[in-house]
Structure formats: C-alpha cells, structure tokens
Write a protein of this length. Structure first.
Length: 146
C-alpha cells in the first residue's frame, strides 16, 4: 500500500511541525521579562516589579532592582500596560509596585533597598512616592500623588 501526499498535505504537516517546535521553544525558554507568563503560571517565589515606562519613580528604582538581580534574586518586571491582567490580579494602583512572593508582601512607590530587604525578611509592607496607574485610560494620571 502506497500513501500519496499532495503539496497541500506536506504544507499542513510542516506548519504543524513548526507550531509544535515553537510551542516547545516558548515553553522551555527562561526569561527575566515576566510579561511572557500567563496569569495561571505566576512563579511561586521571586520578586515582581510592576512599572510603567513613563513613570520617573520607576526609573529611580532601577539601581535598586539591578542590585537585587546582581545578588541572585529572581526578579520579574511587568509593564502594567502590557499585562494589565497581572497588575489587576495583584491590585496594582501605583508604580513602581514590588510584590515579594510567595507571601505577596507589597511595597508601593519608590522604596529603598533596605525597605525591600525588610519586606523579604519580616514581611513589612512599605509605601513610598509613586505614580498612579490608570490602566483603562492608557497612561499615568498623576505622579507623586500616592
């Protein structure tokens, strides 16, 4: 018995193989950018940093976040406009907002390295100055009014 495949069949087969390979690649790739995760696959441990590109307080926080990365902490950055679903899941209303997992300890606004270390060790929540988030409106409505 001989199987005859037309060009259309071969094209569909190759497309199927490409989809499977792409799914495997995306499923196994490691990334510091958290926006690639789906809400149901939020990591159990780590530090989530919610930000918006237009937020000056977020920019001020970069050296602190970089220090955490350099010390080996698993840091996942999330742009609140690219992933409003995850921001809503964690009740983010201000950027920057840092969430320590698994406890979900929340630090809102610009905070110091020492504040973050205290949150990690003692679960202390801290509020600093930050930019309000208006995800539905597509931009920050105010900065420094938290």
């Amino acid at each position: 018995m001989r199987i005859s495949l037309g060009r259309r069949d071969v094209k569909l087969f190759l497309i199927g193989v490409a989809i499977v390979l792409l799914a495997f690649y995306l499923g196994t790739r490691q990334s510091i950018l958290f926006y690639e995760y789906l809400p149901h696959s939020i990591p159990e441990n780590g530090i989530l940093v919610f930000y918006q590109p237009s937020c000056p307080k977020c920019i001020e926080e970069i050296p602190v976040i970089q220090r955490l990365v350099n010390e080996g902490y698993r840091v996942h950055t999330i742009d609140v406009y690219e992933r409003p679903d995850i921001a809503a899941l964690f009740g983010v209303t201000v950027t920057p907002t840092i969430v320590i997992l698994p406890e979900r300890t929340k630090l809102e606004g610009a905070v110091s390295y020492d504040d973050i270390m205290r949150a990690i060790k003692e679960g202390v929540e801290v509020k600093g100055e930050g930019c309000e988030v208006n995800i539905e409106g597509g931009g920050a409505i105010a900065c420094g009014l938290t």
